[in-house]
Design a protein around this ligand. Sequence first.
Ligand SMILES: Nc1ncnc2c1ncn2[C@@H]1O[C@H](COP(=O)(O)OP(=O)(O)OP(=O)(O)O)[C@@H](O)[C@H]1O
Ligand SMILES: [Mg+2]
Length: 145
Amino acid sequence: MKRASNGPDETEEIGYELGKVLKAGDVVALYGDLGAGKTTFVRGVARAIGVPARDVASASFMIIAEHDSTPPFFHIDLYRIEKEEDIDNTGIWDCIGKDSVAVVEWAEKLGTMAENFIRVRISDTGNNRREICVEGLDEKNRHHQ
Ligand SMILES: Nc1ncnc2c1ncn2[C@@H]1O[C@H](COP(=O)(O)OP(=O)(O)OP(=O)(O)O)[C@@H](O)[C@H]1O
Ligand SMILES: [Mg+2]
């Protein structure tokens, strides 16, 4: 699925639409350059799960932020991870999957470890526009409520 966004609000809305079809156990890997709009997108996903968008922090010093929703929502930001070997020390594997929904910013750092996740790529196409590509969502099993 490929979508165009004309501003931050639209990016958040596309995140919200994805959030509405996520199920416990889903992991969303987010790719995109600095300032692409990953955190903006996560705010929409969070809102769909019942986490207030204002609770989603940008440029946090935490790698993992846990939100006490149903299902629990984990916002992971791997920006500060330098080596693939360091991923295992973050504790993310204890948060991802199972009964929670997780989103991972800077999923580039996961390399092939993200290949089974839902993958969202955000690219800046100029003038506050973004192209948002979603892969790996088995849409036939997903119905909007
Ligand atoms: N169409 C758009 N979608 C999303 N953000 C946009 C758009 N147009 C402009 N922006 C601006 O781009 C910035 C995106 O910031 P955001 O923190 O969401 O990016 P990010 O990818 O999470 O950055 P980082 O790499 O630092 O984590 C915001 O300042 C936002 O206002
Ligand atoms: Mg961010």
